[in-house]
Design a protein around this ligand. Structure first.
Ligand SMILES: [Zn+2]
Length: 293
């Protein structure tokens, strides 16, 4: 994804030097593997934990600020720059789309962190993957997740500026769009009235809608800048496939159990991402009429 020379968002809090440095070295990689298995057992996904964040609050260790005076590596700097550029593009597209609908887009803040972080939804950790918290309208991203996607999940990513990474950020902003449109709160309210399997079915639709909005963003980004290559699209679709609940459950050595799905199958995630990209029509929704009433 070519974003060279593009502006970087200023709605960014860089807390990487404030967080616990729990991810360095071999121990860190081991911790990530453990965390993946843990989140799979909870029926969650590594992509994000937006449902559980809001319902249960985050569990995690106490945040301990460290001096962390080391210089960031070139790779880390590039990942941060790329993330800020992606967020800027998301701001431009969504501000314009909201304006075209006579609405004002409220910019979310991207929080970059290392290890663990405090959000209005509670404590978050790198092992949980990126997440969005509607309580403070911030998306939380530990940049090491990009390496996890490549190494642990085996997602084939062509470059450090891949659309597959942008898709992760765009998905989290997709939850912010859901929040601004009232869908997120309505869905969580409805979920609290249902049994677990029925609530999970709604959670899947919320996740697929975030995928769909990510696709819609890519539609307008491509229309204006032509920044996406065929390889970028293939990378993101591969990523969408490998973070499908059925794929992750099978990868963890278990039979896929649809009642426990919270993010959708590989086929569903690919379908909605592609559909958003092809149409850009963000008035389409994954929910049935009246389903959230
Ligand atoms: Zn999500």
């Amino acid at each position: 994804m070519k974003l060279t020379g593009r502006r970087q968002s200023t709605h960014v809090e860089d807390r990487r030097r404030m967080s616990t440095g729990a991810k360095a070295g071999i121990g860190g990689i081991g911790a990530i593997i453990v965390a993946v298995i843990f989140t799979l057992m909870q029926g969650g996904s590594l992509t994000d934990v937006v449902g559980t964040v809001v319902q249960q609050g985050l569990q995690g260790q106490i945040e301990q600020p460290t001096s962390a005076n080391r210089e960031f590596t070139q790779e880390e700097q590039e990942a941060a720059t790329f993330s800020k550029q992606v967020l800027a593009s998301l701001e431009d597209v969504w501000a314009q789309q909201f304006q075209a609908h006579g609405q004002t887009y409220e910019y979310p803040t991207l929080v970059l962190f290392t290890g663990s972080v405090q959000s209005a939804c509670g404590q978050g950790t790198a092992q949980m993957g990126p997440f969005y918290c509607s309580g403070d309208q911030k998306l939380y991203l530990d940049l090491s997740f990009f390496a996890t996607m490549k190494q642990q999940l085996g997602i084939d990513i062509s470059s450090s500026a891949s659309f597959a990474y942008a898709y992760v950020i765009a998905h989290e902003v997709g939850h912010h769009i859901e929040f601004l449109r009232g869908t997120l709160d309505r869905c969580h309210r409805k979920m609290s009235q249902l049994d677990q399997a029925a609530a999970n079915r709604l959670s899947v639709k919320l996740e697929l809608l975030a995928d769909y909005y990510a696709g819609c963003w890519a539609h307008y980004e491509q229309q204006k800048y032509g920044s996406l290559s065929d390889r970028d699209l293939a990378d993101a679709i591969d990523a969408a496939q490998k973070i499908g609940d059925d794929y992750l459950q099978r990868a963890a050595g278990r039979a896929a159990n649809p009642d426990s799905f919270t993010h959708g199958t590989s086929a569903q995630r690919m379908y909605w991402l592609k559909k958003g990209y092809e149409t850009g029509d963000w008035n389409t929704t994954t929910f049935e009429p009246g389903e959230l009433d």
